[in-house]
Design a protein around this ligand. Structure first.
Ligand code: ADP
Ligand code: MG
Length: 670
């Protein structure tokens, strides 16, 4: 038996060439170990042949029978229709696409074993395009194990993943290095009679390791950070008090508390690393402004990073309004600026004239030289993922860091996820905010919604109409926005309508946003690019098309674009009917709650397995096994174990890192 080497490159396995290697890399699989911890999302039971009589509609099952009839079906589309029989009954197999060879294979008297989902068709129960195998005699007994279904990527089939993992499982793995290979092997091929509990227990064991490794990474980063020095920024000129006077509103108690926490951190000569959590509209920007002012009082620079150009433009406008009267120069740095403009901004930054630089995240990563950078602020950090923390270098000292997010994270999770950071929470909305009246309406009643928009615009207020991004890779998002805009233009003659989507150039987007902010545009038809942070208090109606396709947290963020002024705002979730039961429940959660924490929890509970893959890839964390909902309960134990390993067992800590966070391993001295 071959001896497994966990760190061997994946192309050491049989059958892995450059193309497959590239696909595996997309799944984060580079070494054999990575494949070993690439665990199934779920399993199919192909261990039991279900008798045709007992087969029920919607059931996913392995069935077996003799071919008794082959014919063509003519419904809306021509199809090949094969009838099979076992001792108990009949079943139809329907193929809309089939080759000559396939067709020839189905001969009366042969046997078929197939796996698929049964549905009611015109002629009783049938399976459309089942996976099947043909036999000349009665087929072999079914699999003794559950069949794994792996997370995968385009062009990589389950059969391939199964055969690759089989190669691994046939090897001999080290027995003494403390890795739970037995649990991993079990999860790849559980016995056919495995209890759900037993599978969950094995997953827990692995998730616990993964979370522990993550916690160790965070602890290591924290230690590395704490050993550095920063420019101490104690109170100096009281410019903050001037902003307070000019603001035109009173800070909430939460804002006062959080501002104090931030400013106290800044006064230290240790670099601040603080996460500021606050629901949409809780007023995070002004906290950032106080921090930037404090740095400016010492003639030190601040970099403010936003995830989108729109948001960068908006922060630039807000900061200019707030900071210019205090004599603080603010510059903007975006990808859509002309070369000359950008060079000028960079020069102001290099020379140290500009004390505050606002820009997109990407731009700052492209090596902007600061004269004296003392503070970095990252807005809407959840867009970048937990693992991608900012690493802006400063000469000499490490800059203080403030990281802001509107993604509510339950407290238990913060313990481990942000173990490297101090956490401040804005748990209060500014006074006088009315809840946003939210309604769930079927798209058949679109005209009523349009009538409502008309009325609202007449009163001088503004509205958003958002269409979902259907697929990044094709033209649909643009056409969805454009066709909707077309329709609205036809129905709302004389209304100034703007269009905003990801395909526009940065400068075009900014121009549209500026006109909307100024009130020159009354209605903004947009993709979800406006999800993040856009602030136009006079916009009081948000219509969201196809909300059933969006995550609840995203809907909550979108809705948060309204309800920012004193007038009553509303949100219409214009869904495409019919809606599934879960779909209905999900939208009701958003309708009935304005609490981001609650909505995030519900989203985790209600999302179906189909959405899991997407969420895994794009969500805020990139865990392979651990599921923050399912495994949240493990976290206190993980924290305790991680602390113990660091104190007493660095070898085990290092091993966990080498499996789960190879890029972070090698730091713990063994
Ligand atoms: P978010 O936390 O979503 O980033 P913003 O900082 O954009 O929220 O604030 C939302 C809106 O509320 C802005 O127009 C801001 O000026 C305003 N605002 C912030 N704090 C207060 C307050 N204490 N009272 C009234 N309005 C406030
Ligand atoms: Mg914001």
């Amino acid at each position: 038996m071959a001896i497994a080497d966990p760190n061997q490159p994946i192309d050491a396995l049989k059958g892995v060439g450059p193309s497959l290697k590239e696909k595996l890399a997309r799944l984060g699989i580079f070494r054999t170990m990575d494949l070993l911890v690439h665990l199934p999302l779920r399993y199919q039971d192909r261990s039991r042949v279900v008798s045709l009589q007992s087969l029920r509609a919607e059931q996913e099952a392995l069935v077996s029978g003799e071919i008794v009839d082959v014919k063509f079906g003519y419904g809306r589309r021509r199809s090949l229709f094969v009838t099979i029989e076992d001792q108990t009954g009949f079943l139809g197999l329907r193929f809309f696409h089939f080759s000559k060879n396939q067709q020839a294979g189905f001969r009366v008297g042969r046997f078929v074993q197939c796996f698929g989902q049964a549905r009611f068709g015109r002629e009783g129960l049938e399976m459309a395009h089942p996976e099947y195998r043909l036999f000349d005699t009665a087929p072999e007994p079914p699999a003794a194990e559950l069949t794994p279904v792996y997370p995968t990527t385009k062009g990589l089939g389950q059969a391939r993943l199964r055969s690759l993992t089989s190669q691994l499982l046939d090897m001999e793995w080290p027995s003494d290095d403390g890795t739970p290979y037995d649990s991993l092997a079990y999860l790849h091929r559980p016995p056919a009679d495995a209890a759900t509990d037993a599978i969950a227990a094995a997953r827990n064991r692995i998730a616990r390791d993964e979370l522990t490794a993550y916690y160790l990474v965070m602890r290591h980063r924290q230690a590395a950070h704490a050993s550095q020095t920063a420019q101490a920024l104690p109170q100096a000129k009281k410019l903050g008090a001037m902003l307070l006077k000019n603001l035109g509103f009173e800070l909430t108690a939460a804002q006062r508390r959080v501002a104090r926490e931030v400013l106290e951190d800044l006064a230290q000569d240790k670099p601040m690393l603080r996460l500021l959590q606050g629901d949409v509209g809780s007023g995070k920007t002004v906290i950032a402004a106080f921090a930037a002012i404090r740095a400016s009082e010492h003639a030190m620079q601040t970099a403010l990073m936003a995830p989108t150009e729109i948001l960068a433009e908006q922060h630039y406008a807000t900061f200019s309004e707030w900071l210019s009267p205090l004599g603080i120069e603010v510059v903007l740095l975006t990808g859509s600026q002309g070369a000359k403009e950008r060079a000028a901004a960079r020069e102001a930054i290099v020379e140290g004239r500009a004390l505050v630089a606002v820009g997109t995240h990407a731009l700052f990563q492209n090596q902007v030289e600061f004269k004296q950078l003392a503070l970095t602020i990252v807005d809407e950090q959840h867009r970048f993922g937990v693992h991608q923390r900012m690493a802006l270098r400063a000469k000499g000292h490490t800059p203080h860091q403030l990281v802001m997010t509107a993604t509510p994270i339950p407290r238990t999770l913060t313990m481990a996820l942000y173990a490297d950071m101090a956490v401040s929470t804005l748990d209060e909305l500014p006074k006088g905010r009315l809840p946003i009246a939210t309604r769930v309406i079927a798209d058949g009643r679109r005209d009523e919604v349009i009538a409502r928009v008309t009325q609202l615009l007449k009163s001088g207020q503004q509205a958003y109409w958002v269409c979902p991004l259907i697929d990044d890779s094709d033209n649909l998002p643009v056409s969805a926005v454009e066709s909707t805009a077309q329709l609205l233009k036809a129905k709302l003659p004389g209304v100034a309508i703007g269009i905003l989507h990801g395909r526009l150039k940065g400068s075009e987007k900014a121009a549209v946003m500026t006109r909307f902010k100024a009130g020159d545009l009354q209605l903004l038809v947009a993709t979800t690019v406006i999800e993040v942070g856009v602030d136009v208090p006079n916009a009081t109606l948000m219509v969201i098309e196809n909300p059933e396709r969006m995550g609840l947290a995203q809907l909550h963020q979108l809705r948060g674009r309204v309800g920012r002024g004193a007038s009553q705002s509303s949100c219409v979730l214009l869904y495409k009917s019919p809606l599934s039961a879960t779909g209905k429940q999900r939208l009701q959660v958003v309708r009935d709650s304005q609490d981001g924490f609650f909505i995030a929890e519900k989203d985790l509970q209600l999302r179906g397995p189909g959405e899991l893959l997407g969420a895994r890839q794009t969500g805020e964390t990139q865990f392979r096994i651990a599921d923050l909902h399912e495994h949240a309960g493990l976290i206190p134990e993980v924290v305790k174990r991680g602390d113990e390993l660091l104190a007493n067992d660095p070898a085990t800590a290092e091993r966990l890192l080498s499996i789960w966070a190879p890029q972070d391993s090698g730091h713990i001295s063994v």
